[in-house]
Design a binder for this molecule. Structure first.
Ligand code: HEM
Ligand SMILES: *[C@@H]1O[C@H](CO)[C@@H](O)[C@H](O)[C@H]1NC(C)=O
Ligand SMILES: *[C@@H]1O[C@H](CO)[C@@H](O)[C@H](O)[C@H]1NC(C)=O
Ligand SMILES: *[C@@H]1O[C@H](CO)[C@@H](O)[C@H](O)[C@H]1NC(C)=O
Ligand SMILES: *[C@@H]1O[C@H](CO)[C@@H](O)[C@H](O)[C@H]1NC(C)=O
Length: 429
């Protein structure tokens, strides 16, 4: 055989093998999701593509990419953190490659590394062009303690999350990661992804199956949490301030009592909903987070303020004199509302809801302006009415008509109290 012939054969073989591998690659079925990462930059997209090898019962192939400006990036099989099998990726110790850590979600706490799932990181993986890129085969990843993937499903529930910006370099699969900056939900058609095993290839012509993309970065409405938030925001932003105005502007004690009692009921039901959701859905069930602790303090304060108000008013009715404890009510009332509003803010932060935080901040400012100006005008109006009855006003009127009367006390001699907006006597009832 001539060397020319050999070279031709080798070339033919190479062409044949290339064609074969391309065909094989094209034959790797997969379900792909491309979602928006932390920004609208196309380079920031989170891509998850899964292949279900039909010749195996416990393995999966996947391709994952996400922005490496984040400390970590992850996707999970499951509808929420709790019960999900989560693959967390971060930079390796030397920063040249990626560490893949399979973890089990246990609620809204750091997922813990599991050794019952093995991940083989395959070629093409690394930190490429500002992205974590992972091509991997996992074994023991179709069912795990707490859940399983339904390979027959055309819409397997999936999640992804991105850690805060920064770098985390570690080869340790149990490395501590901090809470995500954002997360989202999506679905994969695993039934369609079943067939020849292999790492799914993502070309720029891949049609992203992100029709089930959530409402955006970190956006997802949990009905229990939404009910809790609605009641609390409505109580502290609208109902309590209205009750305040009922007393200070309308000067109706019974209306004040009724409105604040209703708000108290809202806070009780809202707190119960918050506690219930935290425990049932494992959202920090220990109730030790700042928002939860402050919430319990506010609940106690609301109950105390309401009780003090009721008792104080009873004493006033009985004795006809303002009760001393009403001073406590006057301090407790506004500070409780203020603390409640602060905790609404903290709550939006707790739920990583920045949009909610901004909208709430604006609404709160508006509320302060409305309540402040109504109270101000009421005070001014009262002072003006009061001014008509001062000796100075009498003197002025008598001087007009020329009538003689007892000489009015003079300014500066202590006869006429100088009034200002600030020292309007408080209403104790
Ligand atoms: C230190 C680690 C982590 C902590 C402390 C943590 C904490 C939390 C907290 C407090 C929430 C509730 C916030 C909200 O309602 O918006 C939450 C929700 C969520 N987290 Fe995490 N997380 C961590 C890691 C992860 C990882 C690695 C993923 C990977 C996919 C993830 C995915 C999600 C998803 C999808 C949600 C919304 C669904 C659900 O309520 O479970 N988290 N997390
Ligand atoms: C990345 O996400 C943006 C916004 O959703 C989208 O317009 C763009 O096509 C995505 N890029 C890729 C490569 O899919
Ligand atoms: C990362 O590690 C995998 C598995 O060891 C390897 O195949 C890949 O080439 C590495 N990537 C880089 C950029 O070194
Ligand atoms: C998937 O469906 C096939 C037949 O449609 C069935 O034989 C198989 O047991 C199913 N697998 C699972 C995990 O449900
Ligand atoms: C698509 O990929 C090909 C090569 O794989 C590349 O030449 C081309 O520029 C890419 N197109 C876009 C829009 O990224």
């Amino acid at each position: 055989m001539s060397s020319l012939h050999q070279a031709r054969l080798r070339a033919l073989f190479t062409v044949f093998m290339t064609a074969f591998s391309l065909a094989a690659q094209a034959a790797v079925p997969a379900s792909t999701y491309v979602g928006m990462g932390s920004s609208s930059d196309a380079k920031d997209n989170v891509t998850v593509s899964v292949n279900v090898p039909s010749d195996s019962t416990d393995s999966l192939f996947y391709h994952f990419s996400a922005p490496s400006a984040q400390t970590w990036a992850a996707f999970g099989i499951g509808s929420q953190m709790k019960g999900a099998l989560i693959f967390v990726m971060y930079a390796s110790e030397d920063g040249s490659n990626v560490t893949v850590s399979p973890r089990l979600g246990e609620g809204h706490v750091m997922p813990q590394h599991t050794s019952s799932v093995t991940v083989d990181v395959l070629s093409g993986s690394g930190i490429v062009d500002g992205s974590f890129v992972v091509n991997a085969k996992c074994t023991g990843c179709r069912s795990w303690s707490g859940g399983s993937a339904d390979v027959n499903s055309s819409s397997q529930d999936m999640i992804w999350a991105l850690g805060p910006s920064g770098t985390l370099k570690s080869d340790d699969t149990s490395a501590t990661i901090s809470q995500h900056e954002g997360y989202n939900f999506f679905n994969l058609n695993l039934k369609e992804a079943t067939g020849t095993g292999g790492v799914p290839s993502i070309s720029n012509s891949t049609t992203a199956d992100n029709s089930n993309d959530g409402s955006g970065f970190g956006g997802h409405i949990n009905p229990g949490v939404a009910f809790h938030a609605f009641l609390m925001v409505a109580a502290f932003l609208v109902v309590f301030p209205t009750g305040y105005l009922a007393l200070r502007v309308l000067e109706r004690v019974w209306l004040h009592w009724g409105i604040q009692s209703f708000a108290l009921l809202m806070v009780c039901v809202g707190s119960a909903a918050g506690i219930g959701v935290s425990i049932r859905q494992q959202l920090t069930p220990s109730l030790k987070s700042g928002h939860q602790v402050l919430g319990l303090v506010v609940l106690t304060l609301v109950l105390t303020t309401w009780t003090v108000g009721l008792v104080g008013h009873r004493i006033y009715k009985k004795t006809g004199a303002p009760a001393k404890i009403m001073k406590g009510h006057r301090v407790l009332g506004p500070s409780t509302i203020l603390l409640g509003l602060v905790n609404c803010f903290v709550g939006f932060h707790f739920a990583s809801n920045n949009h909610g935080m901004i909208v709430f901040g604006i609404a709160m400012l508006l509320m302060f302006i409305i309540v402040g100006s109504l109270t101000f005008f009421k005070r001014r109006q009262k002072m003006r009415k009061g001014a008509m009855n001062t000796p100075a006003a009498f003197n002025f009127r008598e001087g007009e008509s020329g009538n003689a009367g007892p000489p009015p006390p003079l300014y500066g001699e202590g006869g006429i109290p100088l009034q200002s907006y600030a020292n309007t006597p408080p209403v104790y009832r």
